[in-house]
Design a protein around this ligand. Structure first.
Ligand SMILES: C[S@@+](CC[C@H](N)C(=O)[O-])C[C@H]1O[C@@H](n2cnc3c(N)ncnc32)[C@H](O)[C@@H]1O
Length: 305
C-alpha cells in the first residue's frame, strides 16, 4: 500500500501556517481547511474548483492543462536559459542549458494558483525548489496527496523540493508578516491560468511583485479578451464541445495583453516576451504561436528599484 505522509503540506489557519507533519490531528483534518478570507478569491470560481476530482487524469477534466504543461515547460526553459546565458543570475544558474535535465537547479520558484500540482511537480523534477500555493482547499488537498503518494527515493526527492500552502498571495504575505518572518521573495514567480479567476488583477499583480525578487522573473499565462476567445473558449470550448467544464471561465474576467502588461509595468516589471498559445480542438495539440487572440503566455522581469 502506498504511504501517505504529510511532511510537505502546509495549511493556512487564521493565525499561522501549521506544519501538518508535526500535528497528528491534521491527519484527520487533512481534507478540512479552515475558512479564511482573501481579497483575491472569487467565490464562484472557488466553488467551481472544489468540484474537480480528477486533476491528474490526463484524459479527464483537466486534460488541456496536462497538454499545456509541455508547452509551458518548453517556454520557461527557453526564456530562462536565454536570460541566463552570458550573465549568470547571482550564480544561481551555471552553464546549464535546455538540454540539461536539471536546468532550474538552485532557482526558488513560487507557483501561485498551483491547482493539483501539475506544473509544480514538473518544475521540481527539473531541479527547482518550489512552493505551490492555492486558495482552494480541494486543489491544495489533491496536490498534497499526489506529492505524498510517491515512494522511496522519489518521495524523498520530491518532498525535498516541493511544498504546498493553502491560501492566496495575501494570506501568504500576511502569515509571514504576523510571524515576523521575512517575506520570502522568489527568483521566479508563476501564475498560470489564474489571473482570469481573481477579483482584481491589479491587486493580485501587486502581491506577485511583493513576492518576486528584484531582478527576478514572472510568468503569467491567461486568456485574451476578444470576440474570438468568447466564441472559442466559452461557446465552443465549454458549451458545445465540453473541452473544459462549463463554468470554468467568465469572459468578463479575461484580460487583454496590453492591459496586463500595463498593470505589470505599474508593479515594477518589464516585459521580456509575449507569445500566443494555439490549440487544435481536433487533435488536442497545443503549441506556442504568434496568434494572441485566445491563450497567451508572457515572461517579465522585475526591475531593481
Ligand atoms: C485553472 S487552475 C490552474 C492550475 C495550475 N496553475 C495549472 O495551470 O496547472 C486555477 C487554480 O487557481 C486557483 N486560484 C484561483 N484564484 C486564486 C487566488 N486568488 N489565489 C490562489 N489560487 C487561486 C484555483 O483554486 C485553481 O486551483
Amino acid at each position: 500500500m502506498k504511504k501517505i505522509n504529510f511532511l510537505n503540506t502546509f495549511k493556512y489557519s487564521s493565525s499561522n501556517i501549521v506544519n501538518t507533519s508535526k500535528n497528528k490531528k491534521c491527519l484527520k483534518n487533512f481534507c478540512m481547511v479552515k475558512n479564511f478570507s482573501s481579497v483575491h478569491v472569487d467565490r464562484n470560481d472557488d466553488t467551481f474548483f472544489k468540484s474537480i476530482k480528477d486533476w491528474w487524469d490526463v484524459n479527464g477534466t483537466m486534460r488541456t492543462l496536462h497538454e499545456y504543461n509541455d508547452v509551458r515547460i518548453k517556454y520557461l526553459k527557453n526564456q530562462l536559459t536565454q536570460e541566463f546565458t552570458g550573465a549568470l543570475f547571482e550564480n544561481k544558474i551555471s552553464n546549464q542549458g535546455v538540454g540539461n535535465s536539471m536546468p532550474f537547479k538552485k532557482l526558488n520558484m513560487l507557483d501561485v494558483g498551483c491547482g493539483g500540482g501539475i506544473l509544480c511537480e514538473s518544475l521540481a523534477r527539473l531541479g527547482a525548489d518550489i512552493i505551490g500555493i492555492d486558495s482552494n482547499a480541494n486543489s491544495f488537498n489533491i496536490a498534497s496527496a499526489h506529492l505524498n503518494n510517491y515512494e522511496g527515493d522519489e518521495l524523498k526527492y520530491m518532498q525535498g523540493k516541493l511544498k504546498y500552502y493553502n491560501g492566496s498571495t495575501d494570506n501568504y504575505i500576511e502569515d509571514a508578516r504576523k510571524s515576523d518572518r521575512h517575506i520570502k521573495q522568489f527568483d521566479v514567480v508563476l501564475a498560470m491560468e489564474v489571473i482570469e479567476h481573481v477579483n482584481s488583477p491589479e491587486l493580485f499583480a501587486k502581491d506577485l511583485s511583493t513576492l518576486t525578487k528584484d531582478g527576478g522573473y514572472l510568468f503569467i499565462s491567461t486568456i485574451n479578451k476578444t470576440n474570438i476567445s468568447y466564441y472559442g473558449m466559452i461557446v465552443a470550448g465549454e458549451k458545445l464541445f465540453g473541452i473544459v467544464p462549463e463554468g470554468t471561465h467568465d469572459w468578463n474576467k479575461f484580460i487583454k495583453p496590453e492591459k496586463l502588461i500595463q498593470i505589470l509595468k505599474e508593479n515594477g516589471y518589464c516585459l521580456k516576451n509575449l507569445s500566443g498559445v494555439s490549440y487544435n480542438p481536433i487533435t488536442g495539440h497545443m503549441d506556442l504561436s504568434s496568434d494572441l487572440s485566445m491563450n497567451y503566455i508572457l515572461f517579465a522581469k522585475k526591475l531593481s528599484r
